[in-house]
Design a protein. Structure first.
Length: 363
């Protein structure tokens, strides 16, 4: 039996019965719909007004208008075959929905779509059947209901909030202030994951691989990566409130590094590492066989198969940054499988840290 959308008559009936305080199960039985359909309809099309909260509620006409607008956005790429093919082609070439929509507008195309429409198509039935989501720089996170989320207040106390972080960190004037995050992969890849770090002043970036998702293992690996650096080069790290960082208290006594945390659901507060992850995700999608990639494959400049992950993520023109005052080149991006097992990181960063610690503006 084909799926049939709710119509205006049914939505008005839902509104009237909700106002009459009738239970949702009885409403569903009255209009001949499954109870989950009615629950979803009320949740999706509930009206909110921040300035006049007394107006909050479900309104049949408002719900019908919202549903019609959603269908129109979703169907634009279904109706227009040429536009759909062009969008899919660019997605497969590594363009983000924002880039595609921006290019169409820049070129003055008469037929164009917004990035929200592209995302709606990608995550809709047609996009899912074509597995278009795997071409996105970063995929939509799965969210749990609010009541299912674990309380994080005791794990991440208020005095560790990003709002308590010193102002000079925000200005990016000092070296040694980092942002950190974790890139998770599909369960089929086991517990393997990749952690990412970005130094805020220089944008110097580091990726390192973990064989376990546990917070204890992650923090031990993180301290092992950072410990070879001089203390002024690892003053603080800003994380999100992911439960994998709940053992953050080990950083201060272990390597003398402070930990700060973004607000819940506010990834833009650590935008440098989020931008790095978006770039890296193009070449390390969630289904990537991380365990099969060697350190040499990851960080070599020109492997036989073509440019390395590092070169592709940074871009050929940005693969090395220059310090003309000292005549030095250094890579802004480094992948390591364990600093304690290799001195390569210190040799790569050896030209960076003395320069950065001097506070030269050329960085």
């Amino acid at each position: 039996m084909a799926h049939k959308e709710l119509n205006l008559r049914e939505r008005r009936a839902i509104e009237d019965m909700l106002n009459a305080k009738i239970a949702v199960r009885e409403i569903a039985a009255e209009i001949g719909r499954h109870v989950s359909t009615v629950y979803r309809e009320i949740k999706r099309n509930h009206y909110f007004d921040k300035e006049l909260p007394e107006l909050n509620g479900y309104y049949g006409v408002v719900a019908q208008k919202a549903a019609t607008e959603r269908r129109a956005r979703r169907r634009k790429l279904v109706r227009l075959v040429g536009l759909r093919k062009a969008v899919i082609k660019q997605l497969k070439e590594g363009w983000s929905p924002e880039q595609i929509a921006g290019r169409l507008q820049y070129e003055g195309q008469t037929t164009r779509v917004s990035h929200e429409t592209i995302y709606a198509y990608v995550y809709g039935p047609d996009g899912q059947s074509a597995e278009l989501a795997r071409y996105l720089p970063n995929r939509r996170k799965k969210r749990r209901p609010h009541h299912a989320r674990r309380p994080r207040g005791l794990v991440f106390p208020p005095d560790r909030s990003i709002h308590e972080r010193p102002d000079y960190v925000d200005s990016r004037e000092t070296f040694g202030e980092w942002e950190g995050d974790l890139m998770i992969f599909e369960r089929a890849q086991g517990k393997m994951n990749v952690a990412s770090l970005v130094e805020r002043k220089t944008r110097f970036a580091v990726l390192f691989r973990n064989n376990d998702r546990s917070t204890t293992h992650l923090m031990n690996r993180l301290m092992g990566v950072m410990e070879p650096l001089p203390q002024p080069a690892r003053k603080s790290i800003t994380f999100d409130r992911g439960i994998e960082f709940r053992n953050w208290r080990k950083l201060k006594p272990g390597i003398g590094t402070e930990a700060w945390f973004c607000d819940p659901q506010a990834p833009w507060q650590k935008g440098s590492v989020e931008n790095l992850n978006k770039r890296a995700r193009r070449y390390l999608p969630r289904d990537a066989p991380v365990a099969a990639l060697s350190t040499r494959d990851m960080k070599s400049d020109l492997p036989p198969a073509g440019p390395s992950l590092m070169t592709r993520v940074c871009g050929f023109a940005l693969c090395y940054r220059k310090c003309p005052r000292l005549g030095l080149d250094f890579p802004p991006f480094y992948y390591t499988d364990g600093l304690d097992a290799s001195g390569n990181f210190m040799s790569a960063a050896g030209t960076l840290f003395p320069i950065a610690l001097c506070g030269l503006s050329s960085l």
